[in-house]
Structure formats: structure tokens, C-alpha cells
Design a protein around this ligand. Structure first.
Ligand code: AMO
Length: 432
């Protein structure tokens, strides 16, 4: 079978017999001289066939190959200054393993560009482009770095149910489904379950999770199936302890991604933050007002305000990442710990270049206050009994956050969110 991947062939491999597998990326037929570019997981290698030096049967084989077919090439490595990387393969045999149909739905060489919808409709082929594959190798790095940071800080990875009986974030954004004879929903987040884990003695948990949200948004930053790193931690003093963990997590993710080789393929650089500024909601509203963007106190920031704040933080404070703290309680979910006579809350959002990438806070850990908040918001305790029960038998003070993986990826690479998700689910897209 395969002896080498393309990038394992270097000038030191001169004279070696090799067997390679991959896709026909390009063919250049100059009559007596034929070049075939083979592409595999790790890159490209030039196969060179010459009349007189190469057997006729191999020369004919190259003539009949169709682009993107899967092939096996057996040959010898030869030095050639003019070839990419200074080496090429002289083939002794080329076999088609599986022929590709033509014309192709997409041009993998990217000489002809396609729009995002066409690319997403043919995602398997889109991902053959090294530039697109690079995005998902960086995404892998986000998760790897995130898991490493959390494991080093004593967080235990858990999985909580995605089929649930009641809303965790509010009732309007739920996808209902039928669960035998009962009504059920896809989970909006692991919120209730990760909080219940705080009553178990695990103290620090995290989940790489899906959120399902029936939001009717149609923007460059919203999806209906979202991925996130959710954490919850017990025995905190207040939300600052949680922000410290989020700050450490995001910094180590960004630092690790800034070293990814794949950034070169994308022609991008990532700057690593040193400090993450913390400003209050009230300060943000004032800063926006100074720039003629008016937010009614108690309203959430709209997209325009978020973008403007991102610009202000970058230009005036040299801060691409910033926490917004002490949100008005009335715009935060029922589980959020109130502050200052219930006008404010112990919550925060993390902004990155004008987009919210995470939110969290300290939670209410006292049963009576929690039920009072639920009643005050008119939510009703029905369906939440299993959750409230965990607060009656020794629940420690706790807090946590949800960090959107799709969101941090889009901001790291300055791309719309659908670019950084393999098979995005948005309002219009259910396949592939
Ligand atoms: P929230 O609803 O703010 O908080 O979500 C947390 C993070 O998830 C990402 N996110 C999204 N990304 C893309 N498209 C969407 N439609 C979308 N919705 C959310 C964002 C956001 O900051 N339970 C709380 C978290 C917590 O307090 O622990 C929650 O779900 O990056």
C-alpha cells in the first residue's frame, strides 16, 4: 500500500521507490512531456512522464485520466530543480482506483471561484481545497488547545442530554420533537445539567456541546445548530473567578492557533492578546453614546452596537478582546445571580472584534431565590422540578460560561460563520 504521503518526499528521497495514493489535481499534457499533479492529505507532488523514458502504457494512462479521480502511482523519486520542492516522481505504473465524473461541480484548483452556497452544496469537494481544509485543521486546534487548558485546570469532560423535556434558555427558540408519546425538545444548551453537576462534588466540568436554537436569524454570525465549549465551576467567590478561567482559556486557544502552519495557506496572521479589558455594561452604553449610537438602558446591544464597540475597543484601547460585565438583570436568563438590588446581574459577555463569542456569569445557588426569579419572570416551575431539586440538598455557589466555537473561529479568521462549519445548519439549509 502507500509508502509515503506527498510531503514525506524530499530531496533526501532521491532514487527511492515509492507508492502514492491520492487525487488527480491537475494534468498538463505537452505532448511528449506530461505532468500530473497528485494531491493527498498533506499536499502535492509532481509526477513527470516523458516519451522515451516512460512506458507508453503509462503515458496513455495519463492521457485518459479525469481530474479528481483517485489513483495509485508507483515510481521512483528524482531530483529536479525545476519541480516544486526540487523533486518529482518518474512513474512506472498508474492505476485508477475510482474514476471521477466530469465536469466537476467545483474547481478544486480554485482557478474558477464559486459562491459559498455552491461550495456548501458540494462540501466534500470544497474540502479538497487546501485553503478550505486549513480552516478545519485550525478548528481542530481550537478544540485541542481548549481541552488541554481545561484538563490542566482540573475540569472533567462530561456529556449531557440533547433531547430534553423543558427549555433551558427561554421558550421561544426551541425545536420541538416527538419522543414516543411525550413532547420533547432539542437542547438549547447544557445549562440546567451542567449546573446540576455542581451539586455532585465534581466542582469543575466542561462539555464540548451542541446548542439547537430555532432563531429566525439570517446573518453572517448566526446558526441554528451551534457548537460551544460550556463550563461550570463551583465554590467561586463571584463572576470574576469565572472570567479568569474564560480569559485563560481564550488566550491559550488564540496563542496556540497563532502558531498553526495552516495560517500560511490562508495568508492570515492571528494576534495574541496580552490583556482582556473588563468594562461594565453602563460604561459600554456611555462609550457608544459618545459615538452617537444610543442604547436605551436595559436593552441588549444590537449588531450595529456590537460592531461599533469592537471598533472603539480596538482603536481607542488597543483591545480586540473585551469583557462586558454587570448587565441589567432583566435581559439575562432566570438562573443569573442578581446584583445591586436586582437592577444588575453578575453576568458577562466576551466580545472579540465586535462579535459576542461567549457569555456567562455567577448563577443563583439558593433554591428560594431561584424559584422567586422563575416566578417573577412568569416561567412556571413545571418541567423544571428535576433541576430545582438539586438546589435543595446542598448546592455550592457556582458559575460558568458558554464559548461559541463557531464564533471564535469566525473571528479568528475573519470569515462568516458558515465558512468555519463543515455542514452548517441555518434557516435555509438542511442538506448536505
Ligand atoms: P448564550 O445564549 O449567550 O449563553 O450562548 C453562548 C455563546 O454561544 C454562541 N451562540 C451562537 N453562535 C452562533 N449562532 C447562534 N445563533 C448562537 N447563539 C449563541 C455565542 C454565545 O456567546 N447557557 C448560556 C451560557 C452560560 O451562561 O453558561 C448560553 O447559552 O458565542
Amino acid at each position: 500500500m502507500r509508502t509515503h504521503y506527498s510531503n514525506e518526499i524530499t530531496q533526501k528521497s532521491d532514487g527511492k521507490s515509492v507508492i502514492l495514493y491520492g487525487w488527480v489535481h491537475e494534468i498538463r499534457d505537452l505532448g511528449k512531456l506530461k505532468f500530473l499533479i497528485l494531491r493527498d492529505r498533506d499536499g502535492f507532488i509532481q509526477i513527470t512522464a516523458r516519451k522515451g523514458a516512460t512506458e507508453d502504457v503509462v503515458l496513455h494512462k495519463i492521457e485518459e485520466l479525469s481530474k479528481e479521480s483517485v489513483i495509485e502511482v508507483t515510481g521512483t523519486v528524482k531530483l529536479n530543480e525545476q519541480a516544486p520542492k526540487g523533486v518529482e516522481i518518474f512513474p512506472s505504473s498508474i492505476k485508477t482506483i475510482n474514476k471521477s465524473k466530469s465536469p466537476l461541480p467545483l474547481d478544486v484548483t480554485e482557478k474558477v471561484r464559486a459562491d459559498l452556497d455552491t461550495r456548501l452544496n458540494n462540501r466534500f469537494m470544497d474540502l479538497r481545497k487546501p485553503r478550505i481544509a486549513a480552516i478545519f485543521k485550525i478548528r481542530d486546534n481550537v478544540l485541542r488547545a481548549g481541552r488541554e487548558f481545561l484538563a490542566n485546570n482540573s475540569f472533567v469532560e462530561i456529556h449531557t442530554p440533547k433531547i430534553i423535556a423543558s427549555a433551558s434558555e427561554g421558550g421561544t427558540e426551541l425545536f420541538p420533537l416527538s419522543y414516543f408519546d411525550k413532547e420533547a425538545f432539542l437542547a438549547q444548551s447544557p445549562q440546567l445539567y451542567k449546573q446540576m453537576m455542581m451539586a455532585t462534588g465534581f466542582d469543575r466540568v466542561y462539555e464540548v456541546t451542541y446548542y439547537f436554537r430555532a432563531e429566525e436569524h439570517d446573518t453572517r454570525r448566526h446558526l441554528n445548530e451551534i457548537t460551544a465549549i460550556d463550563i461550570e465551576m463551583a465554590f467561586i467567590k463571584d463572576e470574576n473567578d469565572v472570567m479568569n478561567i474564560l480569559e485563560g482559556l481564550v488566550k491559550s486557544i488564540i496563542k496556540s492557533c497563532s502558531k498553526c502552519e495552516e495560517l500560511k495557506v490562508l495568508g492570515k496572521e492571528i494576534s495574541v492578546p496580552t490583556d482582556i479589558r473588563r468594562i461594565t455594561y453602563d460604561e459600554a452604553v456611555e462609550m457608544l453614546k459618545d459615538h452617537k449610537k444610543f442604547i436605551q438602558w436595559g436593552e441588549d446591544l444590537d449588531t450595529e452596537a456590537e460592531k461599533l464597540l469592537g471598533r472603539i475597543m480596538k482603536e481607542e484601547y488597543n483591545s480586540e478582546l473585551y469583557f462586558l460585565t454587570q448587565y441589567p438583570l432583566k435581559i439575562k436568563p432566570f438562573y443569573t445571580m442578581p446584583a445591586k438590588n436586582h437592577k444588575y446581574s453578575r453576568s458577562f459577555d466576551l466580545g472579540y472584534k465586535g462579535v459576542e463569542i461567549a457569555s456567562g456569569g455567577q448563577r443563583i445557588h439558593c433554591h428560594d431565590l431561584l424559584t422567586e426569579r422563575i416566578e417573577h419572570l412568569g416561567l412556571g416551575k413545571t418541567g423544571l422540578e428535576f433541576y430545582l431539586n438539586a438546589f435543595e440538598y446542598g448546592m455550592p455557589p457556582h458559575g460558568g460560561f458558554g464559548l461559541g466555537i463557531d464564533r471564535i473561529m469566525m473571528q479568528l479568521l475573519d470569515m462568516p460563520v458558515r465558512e468555519v462549519v463543515l455542514f452548517p445548519r441555518d434557516r435555509h439549509r438542511l442538506v448536505p
